[in-house]
Design a protein around this ligand. Structure first.
Ligand code: TYD
Length: 213
């Protein structure tokens, strides 16, 4: 099926929010429906952005300053937008991104307590006029997220090692972003069972899909 135009959807949430499982469920669904989609993740998605990702997440880089971290996330995004996202949307593809600019506002702005207005300007510069059509924010308490992270087998990255207070600030940052962007951001209660969350997600996703068909 070919859409009238591309669609840009982003998934957001603190680490341990369960968004990755929901992404897998949604893309499996799109495949079944024969829809052309592209799944990307941030930071990453291009060769340059994946190299920046390695620097950002490497646990050895404990000396990284908050300013460096912010600029690297923005740099990885600028490359991804220009090289991948814009061309894919021009071809009427559904682009789904595991994290996008709201992560920078929530983690660097609110989590690291840097200047949120400046970060929003930097985000605008990096995305070159592109904004998601819809953002799903998976909201969980920090306790739930930490419980889920404990069960993970893979090694935690540099940002996973942050304190519980950092996670609390990041979560409340996301809630503020959602409050300020009610048309774009859908808050999904991610404390529920994965099947129930997916039902909710699918319903909202289908609504926007019908608008562009
Ligand atoms: P990743 O392993 O992709 O985590 P997740 O599966 O939770 O998305 O690691 C990305 C980490 O980088 C995650 O802790 C969130 C953080 N991050 C920021 O701090 N700022 C950003 O702008 C982005 C995109 C991610």
């Amino acid at each position: 099926m070919v859409l009238n135009r591309g669609l840009f959807i982003t998934f957001e949430g603190i680490d341990g929010s369960g968004k990755t499982l929901q992404l897998e469920l949604l893309t499996a669904n799109l495949e079944k429906a024969g829809l052309k989609y592209l799944l990307i993740r941030e930071p990453g998605g291009t060769s340059i952005s994946e190299q920046i990702r390695k620097i950002l997440l490497d646990r050895k880089n404990i000396e990284m300053s908050a300013e460096t971290e912010l600029l690297l996330f923005a740099a990885a995004r600028a490359q991804l937008v220009k090289q991948i996202v814009k061309p894919a949307l021009a071809e009427k593809t559904i682009v789904i991104s595991d994290r996008f600019f709201d992560s920078t506002t929530a983690y660097q702005g609110y989590g690291r307590e840097m200047n949120v207005n400046f970060i929003q300007n930097l985000n605008d510069f990096a995305i070159q006029g592109l904004s998601p059509d819809l953002t799903f924010y998976f909201d969980v308490s920090v306790e739930t997220a930490l419980g889920r992270l404990k069960d993970r087998t893979e090694k935690s990255d540099r940002i996973d090692l942050e304190s519980q207070n950092f996670m609390e600030r990041t979560r409340s940052g996301y809630l503020k972003i959602a409050e300020r962007n009610p048309d774009r951001v859908r808050v999904i209660d991610a404390e529920r069972d994965p099947e129930e969350i997916f039902k909710d997600l699918k319903l909202q996703f289908d609504k926007i899909l019908n608008l562009v068909k």
